[in-house]
Design a binder for this molecule. Structure first.
Ligand SMILES: C[S@@+](CC[C@H](N)C(=O)[O-])C[C@H]1O[C@@H](n2cnc3c(N)ncnc32)[C@H](O)[C@@H]1O
Length: 211
């Protein structure tokens, strides 16, 4: 069953622990998580005081490190409990309770960001919706801005199938993982896009506006 905001509310207090265990054991679904967050931290920390939007911010695992470096953080999430944990780590960040499936929240309409990131959140959406969300996030970027998506990703459908076979007992059939051979051609029609694999099931997508 697809997890709604109540499911994430219940997961909020144990979320960080779940991620650590899965990553340390190099297991699906979070293998590569820490390494990817370190890479994104370096990318987002290059210029001072950047305006950063985190979409599906959760417990602000990465965002709070950037907040501590004085970047200006805005986060959106549809789980009140996740946002409360994020607020505890970043008292002055702008945090909005919003469901991404209903489009971008009103509060972001007139904003532009240097960096937008969305980590382990967009696999809850089918590819067509992912593409819509990516387009609306690109419209919120400054001209030199970059969108980073770290998420459960595979080079090909076959690689995903092999991972599923290795993890058949806890595979989540209700999620929609990123497949490079499917999404790269679609996204490259309207943006510059690069994909880099970091683990058996994780990778980072770097997306920029054309022109
Ligand atoms: C697996 S957690 C990732 C959290 C964080 N970005 C990280 O890297 O640790 C997924 C997050 O996406 C949020 N999320 C899932 N579906 C959403 C939706 N439709 N609208 C807004 N947030 C959503 C969840 O509440 C949760 O906090």
């Amino acid at each position: 069953m697809t997890m709604n905001n109540k499911g994430f509310d219940l997961w909020a207090t144990s979320y960080d622990q779940t991620v650590q265990v899965s990553d340390q054991n190099e297991e699906y679904p979070f293998a590569g998580y820490d390494e990817m967050m370190d890479v994104l931290f370096e990318k987002a920390n290059q210029l001072p005081c950047s305006k950063i939007l985190d979409v599906g911010i959760g417990t602000a695992n990465l965002a709070h490190k950037l907040y501590n470096e004085k970047h200006r953080i805005t986060g959106i999430d549809f789980s009140q409990n996740m946002l409360e944990i994020a607020k505890g780590k970043m008292p002055f960040a702008k945090l909005h309770l919003a469901d991404l499936s209903k489009g971008m929240p009103q509060q972001l309409q007139d904003e532009k960001y240097d960096i937008i990131m969305s980590n382990y959140a967009l696999h809850h959406f089918e590819d067509a919706t992912k593409v819509k969300i990516i387009k609306s996030l690109l419209s919120l970027l400054e001209p030199a801005g970059e969108l980073f998506i770290a998420d459960i990703s595979f080079d090909t459908e076959l690689a995903q199938q092999k991972c599923k076979e290795r993890n058949i007992h806890h595979w989540d059939d209700d999620e929609y993982y990123f497949i490079a051979t499917k999404l790269l051609p679609v996204v490259s029609n309207f943006a510059h896009v690069q994909y880099k694999k970091y683990s058996q099931c994780g990778g980072i997508w770097t997306i920029k506006n054309k022109g």
